[in-house]
Design a binder for this molecule. Structure first.
Ligand code: FMN
Length: 195
């Protein structure tokens, strides 16, 4: 009995802590910075913290968690590259839209990021499921009040990896997993906002 009460109390504490952190970030306003002013280590930000990639406009958008990505310079432009499997509902949104956004969240949002990386927008409203507050940029692209970094990109190149050119290890991995081969979407970074 004591254990059950202790469990309920710790869950309540955990939820209230999460809320405080969330409200803190939500309350802050966005400040535009240059791409060169992003101070997060790229591998920490992408591989460890995870990100959300979002595409679409108000009324028709989707988002999913990513931990593959590349930030850098190409054709004299700052770029962010995301890799989206054709198996993802998000793939359709990446194809249909000229822009995408990449957002980073505080560590307290990890459970929501995990959910957004398991659930599919084909079956449910993921924004509502994760309790996110969508804000739209001047260009009409989705970012989130709960995020602490938002990168808005214009799609400048998209291509699916060629199965014949994949390293054998990766080719076998796709065959084993049955996952649709990833498209790379190279986005020119137009805006970066942080809190
Ligand atoms: C930590 C994590 C990282 C992920 N990274 C990628 C990624 O880089 N590319 C990708 O295609 N899917 C990735 N996924 C899988 C998608 O997020 C997942 O399949 C999601 O449910 C797709 O949602 P959708 O069907 O609404 O597009 C990742 C999932 C997790 C949990």
């Amino acid at each position: 009995m004591n254990k059950i009460i202790l469990f309920i109390l710790s869950m309540a504490l955990l939820m209230s802590c999460g809320k405080e952190v969330r409200n803190d970030v939500q309350a802050k306003s966005w400040q535009e910075i240059a791409p060169t002013e992003i101070t997060l280590n790229p591998l920490q930000m992408i591989d460890r913290d995870w990100l959300e990639v979002s595409a679409g406009k108000e009324g028709k958008m989707n988002l999913m968690t990513i931990s593959w990505g590349t930030i850098g310079e190409l054709w004299n432009k700052p770029v962010f590259i995301v890799y989206v499997s054709t198996s993802r509902y998000t793939h359709q949104f990446m194809e249909e839209n000229d822009y995408f956004t990449v957002t980073h969240f505080p560590e307290s949002m990890r459970p929501q990021l995990s959910y957004l990386g398991r659930a599919s927008g084909r079956n449910e409203d993921k924004v509502a499921g994760a309790g996110l507050t969508v804000e739209f940029t001047e260009l009409g692209n989705p970012i989130y009040a709960e995020a602490d970094l938002a990168i808005e990109c214009k799609k400048i190149y998209a291509q699916q990896f060629d199965a014949d050119l994949l390293p054998q290890e990766q080719r076998e991995w796709y065959e084993r997993s049955g996952l649709g081969i990833h498209y790379m979407y190279i986005g020119e970074i137009l805006h970066v906002w942080k809190k």
